[in-house]
Design a protein around this ligand. Sequence first.
Ligand SMILES: Nc1nc2c([nH]c(=O)n2[C@H]2C[C@H](O)[C@@H](COP(=O)(O)OP(=O)(O)OP(=O)(O)O)O2)c(=O)[nH]1
Length: 168
Amino acid sequence: MSLSLKKILTLVFVREPGKILLGMKKRGFGCGRWNGFGGKVEKGETILQGAKRELLEECGVSAKHLESVGLINFEFENEPEILEVHVFQASKYTGEPIETEEMRPQWYKESEIPFHLMWPDDELWFPYLLSGKQFEAFFLFRGMDVVLEYWIKEKGLNLNSFSDINKR
Ligand SMILES: Nc1nc2c([nH]c(=O)n2[C@H]2C[C@H](O)[C@@H](COP(=O)(O)OP(=O)(O)OP(=O)(O)O)O2)c(=O)[nH]1
């Protein structure tokens, strides 16, 4: 039996027409990078509940409805654990974003997303998120900065329609 350890995580992007809410991660994993809001799903909660809880905890925004947009598996070279990240977007929400101990939120125009200050894979799948296409993706990292291999496919399409299969 192969031992694959999977950690289930959430990632939520709050959207307004032409704008997206990002947060500067102030501590822990991904510190110093702009990202959506999210974290580990806790025991006893659903993925959706976990996503809403993290969004509220990290920036004070309460999502009325979350739409599922993506599923990304991350592997890190020489590490057994796989991160399964469930990506959502919220366009209906209450509350104004506030800074918390974990995140400093800021609205960005969709045309001015600071990819050079984000996880390097984000630039590759954001086009799907921004154009409202559901997607699945896989990234193999060396450390935190180098993507060794990846694929991205639009959900619902078959293997022949992979939009990217790459080795770098
Ligand atoms: N955009 C983007 N987000 C990522 C990548 N990898 C990755 O784990 N994330 C997200 C998923 C989660 O939202 C977040 C990591 O969660 P976390 O470790 O901060 O979880 P947490 O808040 O429960 O952690 P903790 O500090 O409370 O222990 O980063 C990536 O490559 N790109």
